[in-house]
Design a protein around this ligand. Structure first.
Ligand SMILES: [Zn+2]
Length: 207
């Protein structure tokens, strides 16, 4: 905790003073560039990797960057998505998975969750990912399997996003776009799903 408290002192005596006008403006409201859905993993720092600042990204984070499909049990995810699209009017939603994801490791090894009932329940929202991995990618070596699982899961969650009425409406109006990304922790690379090519490509190569 000491490190965090020291950080607050530094923030208040340094950064905040230098950007006082920005924070004053933000106190009047937010108009974020995009909604960013990613994993809770501490190694994923969206504002750092996109070099964005306060007010730029409307964030939704959970273990495995999962998006429960829309349904009668409106959870935190549904509310955040609805608010982002209907109230804030975000034009883009990014689902960003990442390499070495613990949640995806657990999807590939469900037995490891015997003592974690809440996690096991939560990861049922990645059940389509698990089934896809079981039916198509059993033969891959472990590291490649995890990499593929991360990518497939991002695409599964994009499909889940489409079940949310606000998202569907935005897509049909042409005012909303969905983006599937994977962040590589070791290299800093960001891969983006290129629908035309049917695969993830480095973001710089996206046509
Ligand atoms: Zn993760």
């Amino acid at each position: 905790m000491e490190k965090l408290i020291e950080g607050i002192h530094q923030f208040q005596s340094g950064v905040f003073g230098q950007q006082r006008a920005l924070f004053q403006r933000l106190s009047e409201g937010q108009a974020p560039e995009a909604m960013f859905i990613t994993c809770s993993d501490s190694r994923v720092v969206p504002s750092l990797m996109t070099q964005s600042g306060p007010g730029d990204l409307f964030m939704l984070r959970n273990a495995g960057n999962l998006v429960p499909p829309y349904g009668p049990l409106h959870g935190a995810e549904s509310a955040a998505i609805e608010y982002a699209v209907m109230v804030l009017g975000v034009k883009d939603i990014i689902v960003c998975g990442h390499t070495h994801c613990g949640a995806m490791k657990a999807v590939l090894a469900p037995d490891s969750l015997a003592r974690l009932p809440a996690t096991r329940h939560w990861l049922t929202y990645a059940e389509a990912t698990r089934q896809l991995m079981e039916s198509h990618y059993q033969a891959l070596p472990d590291a490649k399997r995890l990499e593929t699982c991360v990518e497939e899961n991002v695409l599964v969650q994009i499909e889940n996003l489409r079940t949310h009425p606000a998202v569907l409406a935005g897509l049909s109006r042409g005012t909303l776009k969905l983006h599937a990304w994977v962040y590589d922790i070791a290299s800093g690379d960001v891969l983006v799903f290129d629908a035309a090519a049917g695969q993830f490509v480095p973001i710089a190569e996206l046509s």
